[in-house]
Design a protein around this ligand. Structure first.
Ligand code: ADE
Ligand code: ZN
Length: 319
C-alpha cells in the first residue's frame, strides 16, 4: 500500500507522456519528429541534464491551448493520486511557453481548470510554483514575474530551474527580492549538477526555504551541518538522478547517508514521464534498491508534509 505523501518537486511539463504528446500533436496540427510513441521513448536516453532539457523543451511544442494544459495536469493528478500523493506543489515554466507565443493566461488558466477540481476529483490538494529558467536572462525573469501579476492569487511561490552550471543563484537576486516583497515563497534548484556553493548562495542570496535536489551538499561538511541545524528541506528525486547521470546507479544514491546525517529529505519525481516513475515509483525504487526501513520510508513521507507550504505547526522554520 502506498504511503500518503506530498510531492514537492514536480515539473508539470515533465509529466507529458508520449501518448498524450501524440494526442495533443494531432489535436493541434503539430508535427513531431518521431514516428510513434515507441520511437519517442527511444529518445529517452540522457547523458546529462542538458540532453534531457533539449527534449523537454522540444516536446512542449504540443502544448498550445488552455485545454492542453488542463489535460496535462489532470492526467498527472490522476496518476499521482493512484500512488498516494495527497498534496502537490507543482512547478511550471512560463518562459518556455511565452517564447512560443503561448500566453501566461493560457498556461495558468489551463492548469487551474484541472487544479481547481483536483481535491474533488482526485483527493489531491495543489499549489503552483512558477519557475524561472536560469539559462535565460535576469531581465527575462523579472518580465515573467511582471507578466504573472494578474495571476498571483493562484501562485504560492517561485523557483529556479533549467541548466544549472554557469548560472549561479546570485544572477537572480533582484527577481527573488521582488518576489519576496510580493509575499511569494521561494525555492530553487541547486546542487543537482552545480557545486555546493550554489546551495549556500541560494540560501544566503535568494532566501530560499527549500533546496530542490541539493544532492551535492554532501561534498561540503559545513553546509550539511547548516542544512541539518536549520532544518532546510531537500527535495530529492532519485530516479531523475540516475537517468541524468548525477549518480551512476540507484544503489549508489546518497539518500541513506543523507538521512543518517539528519538532513530533512523528501522523495519526489521531478519529470516522471521522462525518468521512469511517479512519486510512488520513486519510493518503491529506494525501498527496493537502498534497503530503507519502514521507519525511514515513513519519515520520508512525513517530511514531505513538514516541508510543504501547507499551513501547519511544526518545528522546522527556525530561520
Ligand atoms: N527542468 C525540468 N526538470 C529539471 C531538472 N531536473 N533540473 C533542472 N531543470 C529542470
Ligand atoms: Zn527539477
Amino acid at each position: 500500500m502506498s504511503l500518503p505523501k506530498a510531492e514537492l518537486h514536480l515539473h508539470i511539463e515533465g509529466t507529458l507522456e508520449p501518448e498524450l504528446a501524440f494526442e495533443l500533436a494531432a489535436r493541434n496540427g503539430v508535427a513531431l519528429p518521431y514516428a510513434d510513441t515507441d520511437a519517442l521513448r527511444e529518445a529517452y536516453r540522457f547523458e546529462d541534464l542538458q540532453s534531457f532539457l533539449n527534449l523537454y523543451y522540444e516536446l512542449m511544442a504540443v502544448l498550445r491551448t488552455e485545454q492542453d494544459f488542463a489535460d496535462l495536469a489532470d492526467a498527472y493528478l490522476a496518476r499521482a493520486a493512484a500512488q498516494g500523493v495527497r498534496h502537490v506543489e507543482m512547478f511550471f515554466d512560463p518562459q518556455a511557453h511565452l517564447a512560443r507565443g503561448v500566453g501566461m493566461g493560457t498556461v495558468v488558466d489551463g492548469l487551474w481548470r484541472a487544479l481547481e477540481k483536483s481535491e474533488e476529483r482526485h483527493g489531491v490538494s495543489t499549489q503552483l510554483i512558477m519557475c524561472f529558467l536560469r539559462d535565460e536572462s535576469a531581465e527575462s525573469a523579472m518580465e515573467t514575474l511582471e507578466a504573472a501579476g494578474p495571476y498571483l492569487d493562484r501562485i504560492v511561490g517561485i523557483g529556479l530551474d533549467s541548466a544549472e552550471v554557469g548560472h549561479p543563484p546570485v544572477k537572480f537576486r533582484e527577481v527573488y527580492e521582488a518576489a519576496a516583497a510580493l509575499g511569494l515563497r521561494r525555492v530553487a534548484h541547486a546542487g543537482e549538477e552545480g557545486p555546493p556553493a550554489y546551495i549556500t548562495e541560494a540560501l544566503d542570496v535568494l532566501g530560499v526555504e527549500r533546496i530542490d535536489h541539493g544532492l551535492r551538499c554532501m561534498e561540503d561538511e559545513e553546509l550539511v551541518a547548516r542544512l541539518v541545524r536549520d532544518r532546510v528541506p531537500l527535495t530529492l528525486c532519485p530516479l531523475s538522478n540516475v537517468r541524468l547521470r548525477t549518480v551512476d546507479t540507484l544503489a549508489e544514491h546518497p539518500l541513506p547517508a543523507m538521512l543518517d546525517a539528519g538532513l530533512l529529505c523528501t522523495v519526489n519525481s521531478d519529470d516522471p514521464a521522462y525518468f521512469g516513475g511517479y512519486a510512488g515509483d520513486n519510493f518503491d525504487a529506494v525501498r527496493a534498491t537502498l534497503g530503507l526501513s519502514e521507519d525511514r520510508l515513513r519519515e520520508l513521507a512525513r517530511n514531505s508534509f513538514v516541508a510543504s507550504f501547507l499551513e501547519h505547526d511544526e518545528e522546522r522554520r527556525t530561520r
